[in-house]
Design a binder for this molecule. Structure first.
Ligand SMILES: NC(=O)C1=CN([C@@H]2O[C@H](COP(=O)(O)OP(=O)(O)OC[C@H]3O[C@@H](n4cnc5c(N)ncnc54)[C@H](O)[C@@H]3O)[C@@H](O)[C@H]2O)C=CC1
Ligand SMILES: O=C([O-])CC(=O)C(=O)O
Length: 320
């Protein structure tokens, strides 16, 4: 078992980067003992771009508030949050709200004190609601910068690339497909019309692939049969996202990832789209481009659900 706060020594290799770039990137993983947290921490430990890794969890500690003081001394450039309970078969992500909402609120409050300028990536479900919870909490503390708070939806992109690569007979690493909207069921919207390289599937196949991407989390929950939800693929996706944030912080240009963020692209206050990342988080929201008729229908189906999930998150912070 991982201890509560574990600082991992600086990686070799960091010194070889140019001094004009940011060399000392500290990353904190909150929920580091968990199914996602452990392999995610391992992948980050293995990256020469991470100079200090702090691992945090509540296991065997008397309370969240006391524990958060450990983060206060840590400071951080990036905080990744895979803390909270996962689904069991038959549950929706929204069924996790009652447990995970307060966990994310308390961790966001800790970030507001300890590292108000950190870039925060939230993995804890339901992401559609936990990101508004984190933003409202940071706003209450007077430190919200919406360009620095991200719902990690990278796993949807990773899955879309895997499934489409397989169906099209293309190396999934070469597939690049935007997945927009939110991170549950109908709110997950893969834009196959914008796939690079372009793919040429029948409408039936497009519908089947879209539904598989939307329900991929449930596919894993069912296969694990009570032992939790996706952990290894999420750790892979979470590490990809964190490393993209670091590369952007270090001044690399044209780093693009989809993520669920505060947005004015649609009538939903939070929405995932491709983003250009920069030193201070979101540099530019690229929006979603042109949708075909099928994708417009996906959007029409997603917006009411997304708006409901967002409102629920905001109400949780503002009514408690
Ligand atoms: N965004 C996405 O695409 C995905 C999100 N998830 C979500 O990630 C979350 C974590 O999943 P797993 O790692 O499988 O669960 P897990 O139960 O294996 O690990 C969660 C960890 O969080 C810790 N924790 C609980 N409260 C905490 C607090 N206040 N501070 C720090 N740590 C705390 C627990 O002690 C535990 O070690 C779940 O909510 C799950 O639904 C899972 C897969 C994909
Ligand atoms: O499905 C779940 O509960 C976990 C998750 O978010 C995913 O795998 O996409």
């Amino acid at each position: 078992m991982l201890s509560r706060v574990l600082k991992v020594a600086a990686q070799q290799g960091v010194k070889s980067f140019s001094t004009s770039q940011q060399n000392n990137v500290k990353v904190v993983v909150c929920g580091a003992s968990g199914g996602i947290g452990q392999p995610l921490s391992l992948l980050l430990k293995n990256s020469p771009l991470v100079s200090e890794l702090s691992l945090y969890d509540i296991v065997h500690t008397p309370g969240v508030a006391a524990d958060l003081s450990h983060i206060d001394t840590a400071n951080a450039d990036i905080v990744i949050i895979p803390a909270g309970v996962p689904r069991k078969p038959g549950m929706t992500r929204d069924d996790l709200f009652n447990t995970n909402a307060s966990i994310v609120r308390d961790l966001a409050a800790g970030c507001a004190k300890a590292c108000p300028k950190a870039l925060i990536g939230i993995i804890s479900n339901p992401v559609n609601s936990t990101v508004p919870i984190a933003c409202e909490t940071l706003a209450k503390a007077g430190v919200l910068d919406p360009k620095r708070v991200f719902g990690v939806s990278t796993l949807d992109v990773v899955r879309a690339n895997a499934f489409i690569g397989e169906a099209a007979g293309v190396d999934p690493q070469q597939v690049n497909l935007p997945v927009i909207g939110g991170h549950s069921g109908v709110t997950i919207m893969p834009l196959l019309s914008q796939c690079k390289p372009a793919v040429n599937f029948s409408q039936d196949k497009i519908k089947a692939l879209t539904e598989r991407i939307q329900e991929a989390g449930t596919e894993v929950v069912k296969a694990k049969a009570g032992a939790g939800s996706a952990t290894l693929s999420m750790a892979y996706a979470g590490a990809r996202f964190a490393i993209s944030l670091i590369r952007a912080m270090r001044g690399e240009s044209n780093i693009i990832e989809c993520a669920y963020v505060r947005s004015d692209v649609t009538e939903a206050k939070y929405f995932a789209t491709p983003l250009i990342l920069g030193k201070n988080g979101i540099e530019k929201n690229l929006g979603y481009g042109t949708l075909n008729a099928f994708e417009q229908e996906l959007l029409a189906n997603a917006l009411p659900e997304l708006k409901k999930n967002i409102q629920k998150g905001e109400d949780f912070v503002n009514k408690n």
